[in-house]
Design a protein around this ligand. Structure first.
Ligand code: HSE
Length: 403
C-alpha cells in the first residue's frame, strides 16, 4: 500500500481525497497497488467529513512520517506551499501539485531539487485543470520541436465570457456563479486580470522552449474591458472573443503573453465554451494538435493530481524523463514591442468615418455594429497600431488582437 498526504483540503484537495476513495477499485486495477490518504494538512478541522480524523495542523506530522512517500500539494499561493514542497523533496518524498503559482515561480528549482534527491515533482493539474497536457508535451511530443502554443487557459474567464457574450448575463452574477462552482481563484482578480493564465502560459513556454519566464514580467491583459459590443463586432467578422495565452520563439527568444483575441470560427479554439479549456500546440512534425477538456473544478483537477500520484507509483525505482527548464535571464525575453498581429479596430461611427479609416489603413472592409464602425487591419506592432489609430482622428472604442 502506498500512503499519500494531502496539503490543503480545499476544493481540489478534498476532490483528490474523493477521487482516491471513490475510484479506489479502478486505481487498484490499473496500478496493482492500493493508494491511501494517510494525513491531511489544513488550518481548519472537518468534523463532518469522513476524512476529518486524518487532519493535522502540524506539517511535521507529514514530513517526519517515513510511511508517507508522496505528498499532494493543493494549498494554492506561493507560501507556505513552496516551503513545504521544498522540505518534502529534500526529504526524498515526491510531490505532485495543482499549484500553478508555485510551478510558475519556482518550478525550475523544484525540479532540480527533486532530481537531486531521487524524488519527482509533477504538476499535470497546474495547467488545463483535468486536461492531460504536461505529460503529453514532455513525453508524446518529445520528437517534435514546438513552434507555438495558443491556449484558453482559464476556466473562470472562459465561463464569464461565454455567459456574458452568448447569453447577455451580468458580469458580477457570472463571476459569483464561477466562484460557487469552485472555478475561480481565492482572489478572482488573478482570473479576470489574466495572471492565472500568465502563470500557465509561462509553464507551457518552459516546456516548449526550456526557459521559465517570470509570469509577472510578461505582457498580460485580462478581460475586464471586453464588452457585449466587442462580441457583436467579433460575430460580424465570423469570430469569437477569447482570453488567449500565446507563446512562440521570436529571433531565438521566448515570447509569452496573455490577451483577449478575436478567434476566427475556423479555429478550434473559437468553439471552446464555458469552463472548458483548449490548448492548441503547433509542433514541427505533428502539426497542430488540440487538447480540450474541463480546465477548472474540483474533480476534473483532482483527477489530474491523482494521475500524477499513479505515475509516481507506477514508475517507482525507474528513472523517468522529467521536464527540464532553466530560469530565464533578461536576454531570454523576446521584445514584445516587435510582435506584430492583425487587429480589429472599432471607432465611433461619425460622418465620413469610412473614408477617414481608409485614408490611413488602406482599402479595409468595414462593418457597422451599433454606434461603431469596425475593420480588421494588416499585422502591425503595438506602437504602429497606436500611431495609426491616432492618425484616423476618430474616437477609438476598442482594439483587439486577432489570433
Ligand atoms: N481559477 C482557475 C481557472 C482554476 O479558472 O482556470 C484552474 O486553474
Amino acid at each position: 500500500m502506498v500512503n499519500v498526504a494531502i496539503l490543503g483540503f480545499g476544493v481540489v484537495g478534498s476532490g483528490a481525497a474523493e477521487v482516491l476513495t471513490d475510484n479506489r477499485r479502478v486505481i487498484e486495477k490499473n496500478l496493482g497497488e492500493t493508494v491511501a490518504v494517510k494525513r491531511i494538512l489544513d488550518l481548519r478541522d472537518f468534523p463532518d467529513s469522513p476524512f476529518g480524523p486524518l487532519v493535522t495542523h502540524d506539517f511535521n506530522d507529514i514530513l517526519n512520517d517515513p510511511d508517507i512517500t508522496i505528498v499532494a500539494e493543493m494549498m494554492g499561493g506561493s507560501h507556505p506551499a513552496y516551503d513545504f514542497t521544498k522540505a518534502c523533496l529534500e526529504a526524498g518524498k515526491s510531490v505532485v501539485t495543482s499549484n500553478k503559482e508555485v510551478v510558475a515561480n519556482f518550478g525550475a528549482e523544484l525540479l532540480e531539487l527533486a532530481a537531486k534527491n531521487g524524488a519527482r515533482y509533477l504538476f499535470e493539474a497546474s495547467v488545463g485543470g483535468g486536461i492531460p497536457i504536461i505529460r503529453p508535451m514532455v513525453n508524446d511530443l518529445a520528437s517534435n520541436e514546438i513552434l507555438s502554443v495558443n491556449g484558453i487557459l482559464n476556466g473562470t474567464t472562459n465561463y464569464i465570457l461565454t455567459k456574458m457574450l452568448d447569453e447577455g448575463a451580468d458580469y458580477a452574477d457570472v463571476l459569483k456563479d464561477a466562484q460557487q462552482k469552485g472555478y475561480a481563484e481565492r482572489n478572482p482578480a488573478a482570473d479576470v486580470e489574466g495572471l492565472d493564465a500568465a502563470r500557465k502560459i509561462v509553464i507551457l513556454a518552459a516546456l516548449s522552449f526550456g526557459k521559465l519566464l517570470n509570469p509577472n514580467q510578461i505582457y498580460c491583459e485580462g478581460i475586464t474591458k471586453i464588452t457585449a459590443e466587442d462580441a457583436e463586432t467579433a460575430k460580424a467578422f465570423g469570430c469569437s472573443v477569447k482570453l488567449i495565452g500565446h507563446t512562440e520563439l521570436m529571433d531565438g527568444k521566448v515570447l509569452a503573453m496573455v490577451s483577449p483575441r478575436m478567434v476566427p470560427c475556423s479555429n478550434p479554439l473559437a468553439g471552446v465554451a464555458d469552463v472548458f479549456n483548449g490548448i492548441l500546440v503547433d509542433a514541427n512534425m505533428l502539426g497542430e494538435c488540440m487538447f480540450y477538456g474541463k480546465g477548472a473544478g474540483k474533480l476534473p483537477t483532482a483527477s489530474a493530481v491523482v494521475a500524477d500520484i499513479i505515475d509516481i507509483v507506477a514508475h517507482r525505482g525507474k528513472t523517468e524523463r522529467a521536464p527540464k527548464f532553466a530560469v530565464a535571464t533578461e536576454s531570454d525575453y523576446a521584445d514584445m514591442s516587435a510582435y506584430a498581429t492583425k487587429r480589429c479596430f472599432s471607432f465611433e461611427n461619425t460622418d465620413g468615418a469610412a473614408a477617414k479609416i481608409k485614408a490611413v489603413f488602406g482599402d479595409v472592409e468595414t462593418v457597422t455594429v451599433g454606434n461603431r464602425i469596425a475593420f480588421i487591419s494588416e499585422a502591425m506592432t503595438e506602437a504602429q497600431a497606436e500611431q495609426k489609430a491616432a492618425e484616423v482622428g476618430l474616437n477609438l472604442i476598442s482594439r483587439i488582437r486577432m489570433l
